[in-house]
Design a protein around this ligand. Structure first.
Ligand code: GZL
Length: 325
């Protein structure tokens, strides 16, 4: 005999009251419905993304949440397709890391019409109607850019300049690329010794960072004083390009990067990167907790921020063994 959990609890309570309960009297098949989460991931472009995917998958398993997962190969149209498919499958919650900031209203309106709540993780979107998502879980990229900028300003505080900066930007139109750039500008814009002499997207990949840096070296050579890379994968590609050109990254060219992955720590421990601004990919547990709260009808803050710090080269060797990604 299969009855709902609520009925079972009522009957059990009555029997306990009457002192007639014999637990074997019921085979209660609780109708607990497992939560199904549809997650549309950006892609697999970087070590950060790999760690983020692992965090989402392991946290879903831990939380006993049924996870449907898709990899968009960094294409917005693939993410939109995946979200539409989750709507058609009537999942309980949709979550995604928006590859770029704009172009999401139509598909999010479809999710709203289907009464499926949407949670943003990692990257934010630029929409007027913020009711299109329940909450955004992730880093403050503007603050990360400011942290990179303040490290640079402090590093050159006794230097007259010029300090020529070559910037390796992340995916064009993405929140981390836009904000890590804006955060830097906010800090250095009033000091004329800092000049961004080159800025181009390497799309957050190692190959992209290497290719762009090779072009920068061809054009600017030793005029480059500092590389400002929006993530470790591009910084590691740039380091390869500089070494192949006989330059000494971390010494005659200062390298500033973001993510604080193990690869970044290894480069700092080898003296090839000077500072790594942390951006944690370990968002899985916070996401699953938010999913359960949404399904339970609990209110959530519009923004759930991840705590992060800055790691200079000097602490890299002793910190590396403690790093989780
Ligand atoms: C930042 C994340 C960025 C990382 C890159 O939260 O969106 O995308 O900095 C990753 O490594 O590719």
């Amino acid at each position: 005999m299969t009855i709902s959990r609520r009925t079972a609890l009522r009957v059990i309570a009555a029997c306990v009251g009457a002192g007639t309960l014999t637990l074997s009297a019921f085979s209660v098949q609780a109708e607990d419905k497992k939560i199904t989460l549809g997650f549309a991931q950006v892609g697999a472009e970087s070590a950060w993304r790999t760690a983020n995917t692992e965090s989402v998958k392991s946290a879903a398993a831990e939380a006993k949440i049924n996870l449907k997962f898709s990899d968009a190969q960094q294409k917005q149209e693939n993410q939109i397709k995946a979200i539409r498919s989750y709507i058609a499958q009537k999942v309980d919650v949709i979550a995604f890391s928006p590859v770029v900031e704009s172009g999401w209203e139509p598909v999010l309106l479809e999710a709203k019409a289907a009464k499926i709540p949407v949670i943003l993780t990692d990257r934010n979107i630029d929409v007027k109607d913020t009711s299109l998502y329940v909450t955004m879980i992730g880093s403050d990229f503007m603050e990360e850019g400011r942290r990179g900028g303040h490290w640079i300003a402090d590093h050159y505080k006794n230097d007259k300049g010029p300090v020529n900066i070559a910037e390796l930007q992340g995916t064009v139109g993405s929140a981390p690329a836009n904000d890590r750039h804006s955060g830097l500008i906010e800090v250095i814009k009033n000091d004329p010794k800092f000049k961004i002499i080159a800025s181009q997207s390497g799309d957050f990949t190692l190959a992209g960072g290497k290719q762009v840096m090779e072009a920068f070296i061809k054009t600017y050579g030793n005029k480059i004083n500092l590389v400002y890379a929006h993530n470790d994968d591009m910084a590691l590609g740039a380091i390869q390009a500089m070494e192949e050109a006989g330059m000494h990254p971390g010494k005659d060219v200062i390298v500033v990067s973001f993510d604080a992955t193990k690869g970044g720590f290894q480069a700092m421990a080898a003296g090839k990167m000077n500072v790594d601004v942390e951006c944690s990919p370990l968002l899985g547990p916070q996401l699953m907790s938010a999913v359960k709260d949404v399904v339970a009808g609990k209110p959530l803050p519009k923004r759930i921020l991840t705590e992060e710090t800055v790691f200079p080269m000097s602490v890299a060797a002793q910190t590396l063994p403690t790093r989780k990604y």
